[in-house]
Write a new protein. Sequence first.
Lengths: 136, 136
Amino acid sequence: MALTIGELGKATGTKVETIRYYERIGLLPNPPRTGGNYRAYGEPELGRLSFIRRARDLGFPLDQVRALLSLSDDRGRDCATVDALARDHLTEVERKITDLTALRQELSALITSCKGGTVADCRIIETLAPAPHPHG
Amino acid sequence: MALTIGELGKATGTKVETIRYYERIGLLPNPPRTGGNYRAYGEPELGRLSFIRRARDLGFPLDQVRALLSLSDDRGRDCATVDALARDHLTEVERKITDLTALRQELSALITSCKGGTVADCRIIETLAPAPHPHG
DNA sequence: CTTGACCCTATAGTTGCTACAGGGTGCATA
DNA sequence: TATGCACCCTGTAGCAACTATAGGGTCAAG
């Protein structure tokens, strides 16, 4: 059961270039090669790449994925580290949601304030432009 | 009233490197220089950079900021284009919020499922790892 | 006349890919 | 056997939007 890079990509929903990129940054091992210098993947690489994909789909950045991978190899270890990593990531996601929600609020207020007309009267532009401050 | 790049940065809350970057990509004009080849800014650049900052703070990407800037110069134009631009951006922000909210849901379910123990029993790792599929 | 804060240019690094350019391989088909 | 096509290879550059570094120059104060 040897997979080409394209087959591995199809099996995991990953682009070929991305797989080679993961290899380059050491997230995937250098696989054995065929006579024609094609990468030949097996079950373990398929598993590893699936793991990576799932973690990425959950939004974990690559360095955290790397950490998760190495933690997952250490079966006897306390999983508190894994838990902490996931919690950190969740916190980060929540922070982004908070920021974006505030942004949405501001943006929709801005848009609502625009009642048409020319750019000269536009509330959006007016909000962005600096107040023409009086000077002596 | 001539400002150095550092003063302009302080006045607008922008790092010096960022100002130079904006100049390089044509978002800010090449300012006049002093005898010692220092950039010398005036009121118009201060206004323009403030505009850029506010738009960036509202999350507009640089190409949209560029568009907003050029629209704002065209005072007689219908502001519908500005409005559409802002609405597009709002839609984008809402899409991100939706995505992140789904992610938060998945992540917190994952974290809740982890009841401690070793990595071997860890539900987080288990979720990420591929199901050991039976083969004939 | 030296110290220190500031300025200059040019270039490389960040994250996570994606997209070439310019070639080689492998299989089917005429 | 030749040819076409899909796929593979390496290496490098590009994307957003900065940030940081190296290696220098300028200017005001003491």
